[in-house]
Design a protein around this ligand. Structure first.
Ligand code: SF4
Length: 327
Protein backbone atom coordinates (compact mmCIF):
# COMPACT_ATOMS: atom_id res chain seq x y z
CA UNK A 1 0.00 0.00 0.00
CA UNK A 2 1.29 3.44 -0.85
CA UNK A 3 1.08 5.93 1.91
CA UNK A 4 1.49 9.49 0.87
CA UNK A 5 0.78 12.66 2.64
CA UNK A 6 1.43 16.21 1.58
CA UNK A 7 -0.25 17.77 4.56
CA UNK A 8 1.55 20.82 5.80
CA UNK A 9 2.15 21.46 9.46
CA UNK A 10 -0.91 23.58 10.07
CA UNK A 11 -3.08 20.52 10.80
CA UNK A 12 -5.74 21.67 8.34
CA UNK A 13 -8.04 19.14 6.77
CA UNK A 14 -6.65 18.36 3.30
CA UNK A 15 -8.58 19.83 0.38
CA UNK A 16 -8.32 16.48 -1.37
CA UNK A 17 -7.46 13.08 0.02
CA UNK A 18 -7.29 9.51 -1.29
CA UNK A 19 -7.36 6.73 1.27
CA UNK A 20 -6.18 3.40 -0.07
CA UNK A 21 -8.00 4.00 -3.35
CA UNK A 22 -8.14 1.20 -5.92
CA UNK A 23 -9.97 0.74 -9.20
CA UNK A 24 -10.35 -2.69 -10.77
CA UNK A 25 -12.05 -3.21 -14.14
CA UNK A 26 -13.28 -6.61 -15.30
CA UNK A 27 -12.32 -6.88 -18.95
CA UNK A 28 -12.10 -9.50 -21.70
CA UNK A 29 -8.80 -9.95 -23.52
CA UNK A 30 -10.56 -11.70 -26.48
CA UNK A 31 -14.05 -12.51 -27.80
CA UNK A 32 -14.16 -15.95 -26.15
CA UNK A 33 -11.97 -15.13 -23.17
CA UNK A 34 -13.22 -15.00 -19.60
CA UNK A 35 -13.34 -11.62 -17.93
CA UNK A 36 -10.18 -10.83 -16.00
CA UNK A 37 -9.50 -8.18 -13.37
CA UNK A 38 -7.40 -5.24 -14.49
CA UNK A 39 -6.08 -3.23 -11.58
CA UNK A 40 -5.95 0.27 -13.04
CA UNK A 41 -5.21 1.90 -9.67
CA UNK A 42 -3.89 0.05 -6.64
CA UNK A 43 -3.92 1.22 -3.03
CA UNK A 44 -3.23 4.91 -3.61
CA UNK A 45 -2.98 7.19 -0.61
CA UNK A 46 -2.35 10.88 -1.06
CA UNK A 47 -3.51 14.19 0.25
CA UNK A 48 -3.06 17.78 -0.78
CA UNK A 49 -3.77 20.97 1.11
CA UNK A 50 -5.66 24.00 -0.07
CA UNK A 51 -3.69 26.14 -2.50
CA UNK A 52 -1.16 23.41 -3.29
CA UNK A 53 -0.43 21.61 -6.54
CA UNK A 54 0.12 17.88 -6.70
CA UNK A 55 1.44 16.54 -10.00
CA UNK A 56 0.56 12.94 -10.77
CA UNK A 57 2.95 11.73 -13.46
CA UNK A 58 3.62 8.56 -15.42
CA UNK A 59 3.34 7.01 -18.87
CA UNK A 60 0.01 6.44 -20.66
CA UNK A 61 -1.71 3.45 -19.11
CA UNK A 62 -0.22 3.98 -15.65
CA UNK A 63 -3.65 4.72 -14.14
CA UNK A 64 -3.40 8.47 -13.74
CA UNK A 65 -6.46 9.27 -15.87
CA UNK A 66 -8.51 6.66 -14.00
CA UNK A 67 -7.39 8.30 -10.77
CA UNK A 68 -8.43 11.70 -12.19
CA UNK A 69 -11.92 10.37 -12.96
CA UNK A 70 -12.25 9.14 -9.39
CA UNK A 71 -11.10 12.51 -8.03
CA UNK A 72 -13.84 14.15 -10.10
CA UNK A 73 -16.50 11.81 -8.73
CA UNK A 74 -17.08 10.37 -12.23
CA UNK A 75 -16.03 6.86 -11.19
CA UNK A 76 -16.51 5.43 -7.70
CA UNK A 77 -13.41 3.64 -6.38
CA UNK A 78 -13.66 -0.16 -6.24
CA UNK A 79 -12.19 0.09 -2.75
CA UNK A 80 -10.98 2.96 -0.62
CA UNK A 81 -12.28 6.45 -0.11
CA UNK A 82 -11.90 9.92 -1.64
CA UNK A 83 -12.51 12.94 0.58
CA UNK A 84 -13.12 16.56 -0.38
CA UNK A 85 -12.46 18.89 2.56
CA UNK A 86 -12.64 15.83 4.82
CA UNK A 87 -16.05 14.72 3.51
CA UNK A 88 -16.36 11.41 1.62
CA UNK A 89 -17.15 12.19 -2.01
CA UNK A 90 -19.78 9.45 -2.15
CA UNK A 91 -21.82 11.26 0.51
CA UNK A 92 -21.82 14.54 -1.43
CA UNK A 93 -24.47 15.48 -4.02
CA UNK A 94 -23.45 15.91 -7.66
CA UNK A 95 -24.05 19.67 -7.35
CA UNK A 96 -21.74 19.92 -4.35
CA UNK A 97 -19.04 17.89 -6.10
CA UNK A 98 -19.32 20.21 -9.11
CA UNK A 99 -19.00 23.22 -6.79
CA UNK A 100 -15.85 21.83 -5.21
CA UNK A 101 -14.00 20.13 -8.05
CA UNK A 102 -13.93 20.74 -11.79
CA UNK A 103 -11.91 19.31 -14.68
CA UNK A 104 -9.76 20.81 -17.39
CA UNK A 105 -9.14 18.16 -20.06
CA UNK A 106 -6.38 17.51 -22.53
CA UNK A 107 -7.99 18.43 -25.83
CA UNK A 108 -9.91 21.69 -25.61
CA UNK A 109 -11.39 21.17 -29.07
CA UNK A 110 -13.09 17.85 -28.36
CA UNK A 111 -14.21 18.98 -24.88
CA UNK A 112 -16.06 22.03 -26.29
CA UNK A 113 -19.34 21.63 -28.18
CA UNK A 114 -18.60 22.99 -31.71
CA UNK A 115 -22.23 24.04 -32.20
CA UNK A 116 -22.38 26.25 -29.10
CA UNK A 117 -21.10 29.79 -28.69
CA UNK A 118 -18.44 30.60 -26.13
CA UNK A 119 -21.12 32.21 -23.95
CA UNK A 120 -23.25 29.03 -24.00
CA UNK A 121 -20.25 26.83 -23.29
CA UNK A 122 -18.95 28.82 -20.33
CA UNK A 123 -22.40 29.38 -18.84
CA UNK A 124 -23.49 25.74 -19.21
CA UNK A 125 -22.61 24.71 -15.61
CA UNK A 126 -24.68 27.65 -14.31
CA UNK A 127 -27.64 26.61 -16.48
CA UNK A 128 -27.37 22.94 -15.49
CA UNK A 129 -27.38 23.88 -11.82
CA UNK A 130 -29.94 26.66 -12.29
CA UNK A 131 -27.74 29.41 -10.89
CA UNK A 132 -28.62 33.06 -11.60
CA UNK A 133 -30.80 34.83 -14.15
CA UNK A 134 -29.89 35.09 -17.84
CA UNK A 135 -28.34 38.54 -17.25
CA UNK A 136 -26.42 37.39 -14.19
CA UNK A 137 -25.11 34.40 -16.12
CA UNK A 138 -23.93 36.64 -18.98
CA UNK A 139 -22.21 39.01 -16.55
CA UNK A 140 -20.50 36.10 -14.90
CA UNK A 141 -19.35 34.70 -18.27
CA UNK A 142 -17.82 38.11 -19.12
CA UNK A 143 -16.12 38.25 -15.73
CA UNK A 144 -14.55 34.82 -16.18
CA UNK A 145 -13.55 35.55 -19.76
CA UNK A 146 -11.64 38.56 -18.44
CA UNK A 147 -10.11 36.46 -15.71
CA UNK A 148 -8.67 33.94 -18.18
CA UNK A 149 -7.56 36.61 -20.67
CA UNK A 150 -10.22 36.16 -23.36
CA UNK A 151 -11.40 39.30 -25.15
CA UNK A 152 -15.10 40.02 -24.75
CA UNK A 153 -15.58 40.19 -28.53
CA UNK A 154 -15.28 36.38 -28.65
CA UNK A 155 -18.39 35.84 -26.53
CA UNK A 156 -20.58 34.96 -29.54
CA UNK A 157 -17.85 33.07 -31.43
CA UNK A 158 -17.71 29.30 -31.91
CA UNK A 159 -14.82 27.05 -30.86
CA UNK A 160 -13.57 26.57 -34.44
CA UNK A 161 -13.04 30.35 -34.70
CA UNK A 162 -10.59 30.29 -31.79
CA UNK A 163 -6.95 29.26 -31.53
CA UNK A 164 -5.95 26.21 -29.47
CA UNK A 165 -4.78 28.39 -26.59
CA UNK A 166 -8.03 30.40 -26.63
CA UNK A 167 -10.07 27.20 -26.60
CA UNK A 168 -8.19 25.98 -23.55
CA UNK A 169 -8.89 29.35 -21.87
CA UNK A 170 -12.59 28.77 -22.58
CA UNK A 171 -12.33 25.33 -20.97
CA UNK A 172 -10.62 26.89 -17.93
CA UNK A 173 -13.29 29.62 -17.65
CA UNK A 174 -16.01 26.96 -17.82
CA UNK A 175 -14.24 25.00 -15.07
CA UNK A 176 -13.94 28.09 -12.86
CA UNK A 177 -17.41 29.54 -13.25
CA UNK A 178 -18.81 27.31 -10.48
CA UNK A 179 -16.07 28.71 -8.18
CA UNK A 180 -14.59 25.29 -7.36
CA UNK A 181 -11.79 24.90 -4.85
CA UNK A 182 -10.07 22.09 -6.73
CA UNK A 183 -9.19 21.73 -10.39
CA UNK A 184 -8.23 18.37 -11.83
CA UNK A 185 -6.08 19.16 -14.87
CA UNK A 186 -5.68 16.10 -17.10
CA UNK A 187 -2.77 16.83 -19.48
CA UNK A 188 -4.16 20.36 -20.06
CA UNK A 189 -1.34 21.48 -22.34
CA UNK A 190 -0.32 18.34 -24.22
CA UNK A 191 -2.56 19.07 -27.24
CA UNK A 192 -1.17 22.61 -27.57
CA UNK A 193 1.85 24.04 -29.41
CA UNK A 194 4.91 24.41 -27.21
CA UNK A 195 4.74 28.21 -27.47
CA UNK A 196 1.14 28.22 -26.22
CA UNK A 197 1.79 25.69 -23.44
CA UNK A 198 3.82 28.20 -21.43
CA UNK A 199 1.00 30.78 -21.60
CA UNK A 200 -1.56 28.29 -20.31
CA UNK A 201 0.76 27.10 -17.53
CA UNK A 202 1.38 30.72 -16.50
CA UNK A 203 -2.37 31.36 -16.52
CA UNK A 204 -3.00 28.32 -14.31
CA UNK A 205 -0.28 29.51 -11.94
CA UNK A 206 -1.78 33.03 -11.76
CA UNK A 207 -5.29 31.69 -11.17
CA UNK A 208 -4.04 29.43 -8.45
CA UNK A 209 -2.58 32.40 -6.57
CA UNK A 210 -5.55 34.69 -7.19
CA UNK A 211 -8.24 32.16 -6.25
CA UNK A 212 -6.23 29.96 -3.83
CA UNK A 213 -6.99 26.94 -5.98
CA UNK A 214 -5.77 23.41 -5.40
CA UNK A 215 -4.64 21.52 -8.49
CA UNK A 216 -4.29 17.83 -9.13
CA UNK A 217 -2.19 18.07 -12.27
CA UNK A 218 -2.02 14.89 -14.36
CA UNK A 219 0.83 14.71 -16.85
CA UNK A 220 3.12 12.26 -18.67
CA UNK A 221 5.74 14.99 -18.92
CA UNK A 222 7.76 15.97 -15.87
CA UNK A 223 9.07 19.07 -17.66
CA UNK A 224 5.53 20.48 -17.76
CA UNK A 225 4.96 20.15 -14.02
CA UNK A 226 8.42 21.20 -12.82
CA UNK A 227 7.60 24.86 -12.25
CA UNK A 228 4.02 24.36 -11.12
CA UNK A 229 4.00 21.46 -8.67
CA UNK A 230 4.56 21.56 -4.91
CA UNK A 231 4.38 17.77 -4.75
CA UNK A 232 5.11 15.03 -7.24
CA UNK A 233 3.52 11.57 -7.21
CA UNK A 234 4.95 9.13 -9.75
CA UNK A 235 2.68 6.29 -10.89
CA UNK A 236 3.65 3.02 -12.48
CA UNK A 237 1.12 0.32 -13.42
CA UNK A 238 -1.47 1.73 -11.05
CA UNK A 239 0.84 2.18 -8.05
CA UNK A 240 2.38 5.32 -6.62
CA UNK A 241 6.05 4.38 -6.57
CA UNK A 242 7.67 7.66 -5.51
CA UNK A 243 6.25 10.72 -3.83
CA UNK A 244 7.83 13.83 -2.45
CA UNK A 245 8.27 17.56 -2.57
CA UNK A 246 8.72 18.62 -6.18
CA UNK A 247 12.03 20.35 -5.44
CA UNK A 248 13.43 17.16 -3.87
CA UNK A 249 12.17 14.80 -6.57
CA UNK A 250 13.52 16.98 -9.37
CA UNK A 251 16.86 17.57 -7.67
CA UNK A 252 17.42 14.00 -6.53
CA UNK A 253 15.02 11.41 -7.97
CA UNK A 254 15.60 8.10 -6.20
CA UNK A 255 13.34 5.56 -7.87
CA UNK A 256 14.90 4.18 -11.11
CA UNK A 257 11.61 4.84 -12.93
CA UNK A 258 11.52 8.49 -11.86
CA UNK A 259 15.14 8.81 -12.93
CA UNK A 260 14.20 7.43 -16.37
CA UNK A 261 11.24 9.81 -16.66
CA UNK A 262 13.54 12.72 -15.90
CA UNK A 263 16.08 11.47 -18.44
CA UNK A 264 13.32 11.39 -21.06
CA UNK A 265 12.73 15.07 -20.32
CA UNK A 266 16.34 15.66 -21.28
CA UNK A 267 15.92 14.00 -24.70
CA UNK A 268 15.38 16.45 -27.59
CA UNK A 269 11.69 15.52 -27.84
CA UNK A 270 10.17 14.61 -24.48
CA UNK A 271 6.98 13.41 -26.20
CA UNK A 272 8.99 10.46 -27.53
CA UNK A 273 8.56 9.02 -24.07
CA UNK A 274 11.02 6.99 -22.05
CA UNK A 275 14.53 6.55 -23.46
CA UNK A 276 14.54 3.01 -24.88
CA UNK A 277 18.30 2.68 -24.38
CA UNK A 278 17.89 2.80 -20.63
CA UNK A 279 14.71 0.85 -20.18
CA UNK A 280 14.28 -1.53 -23.08
CA UNK A 281 10.74 -2.81 -23.51
CA UNK A 282 7.50 -0.89 -23.04
CA UNK A 283 4.92 -0.83 -20.27
CA UNK A 284 3.94 -4.43 -19.31
CA UNK A 285 0.41 -5.72 -19.88
CA UNK A 286 -1.57 -4.58 -16.82
CA UNK A 287 -3.76 -7.70 -17.16
CA UNK A 288 -0.78 -9.79 -16.12
CA UNK A 289 1.62 -7.52 -14.26
CA UNK A 290 5.15 -8.79 -13.59
CA UNK A 291 5.94 -10.65 -10.39
CA UNK A 292 7.73 -8.84 -7.57
CA UNK A 293 8.39 -5.21 -8.39
CA UNK A 294 6.19 -4.29 -11.35
CA UNK A 295 9.06 -2.30 -12.81
CA UNK A 296 11.68 -5.06 -12.72
CA UNK A 297 11.55 -6.14 -16.43
CA UNK A 298 12.56 -2.59 -17.43
CA UNK A 299 14.69 -1.58 -14.50
CA UNK A 300 18.44 -1.21 -15.10
CA UNK A 301 19.08 -1.87 -11.39
CA UNK A 302 16.91 -4.98 -11.07
CA UNK A 303 18.13 -7.93 -8.98
CA UNK A 304 16.74 -11.43 -8.34
CA UNK A 305 14.98 -10.11 -5.28
CA UNK A 306 13.17 -7.57 -7.45
CA UNK A 307 11.56 -10.26 -9.62
CA UNK A 308 10.51 -12.33 -6.60
CA UNK A 309 9.36 -9.89 -3.94
CA UNK A 310 7.26 -6.76 -4.05
CA UNK A 311 9.16 -3.88 -2.49
CA UNK A 312 7.72 -2.54 0.74
CA UNK A 313 6.78 1.08 1.03
CA UNK A 314 9.42 3.16 2.73
CA UNK A 315 7.87 6.26 4.20
CA UNK A 316 9.48 9.29 5.76
CA UNK A 317 8.01 12.66 6.54
CA UNK A 318 6.91 14.15 3.21
CA UNK A 319 8.54 11.40 1.20
CA UNK A 320 7.86 7.79 0.22
CA UNK A 321 9.28 5.22 -2.18
CA UNK A 322 8.64 1.63 -3.22
CA UNK A 323 11.97 0.09 -4.23
CA UNK A 324 14.20 -2.65 -2.78
CA UNK A 325 17.21 -0.36 -3.09
CA UNK A 326 15.80 1.73 -0.27
CA UNK A 327 14.13 -0.90 1.98
FE1 SF4 B 1 14.31 -1.56 -9.82
FE2 SF4 B 1 14.26 -3.46 -7.99
FE3 SF4 B 1 13.80 -0.95 -7.29
FE4 SF4 B 1 12.01 -2.30 -8.69
S1 SF4 B 1 12.66 -2.74 -6.62
S2 SF4 B 1 12.70 -0.23 -9.05
S3 SF4 B 1 13.32 -3.53 -10.02
S4 SF4 B 1 15.72 -1.77 -8.11
Amino acid sequence: MNQLNSQSNNGNIPALECRNVSQTFMIKSGIFAEKQPLKAVEGVNLSVNRGEVIAIVGESGCGKTTLAKMLLGLLPPTTGEILLDGIPINSVSILDIARKVQPVFQDPYSSLNPRKTIKSIISLPLKVHNIGTEIEQKNRVEEYMRLVGLPNRLIHSYPNQLSGGQRQRVAIARALIMEPKIIVCDEPTSALDVSVQAHILNLLQDLRKKLNLTYAFISHDLAVVEHLADWVAVMYLGRLIEFGKATDVFRDPKHPYTQALLESVLTPDASLGLPEITLGRGLPNPLSPPSGCYFHPRCPKSSTECSEKSPLLKKEKNYSIECHLYN
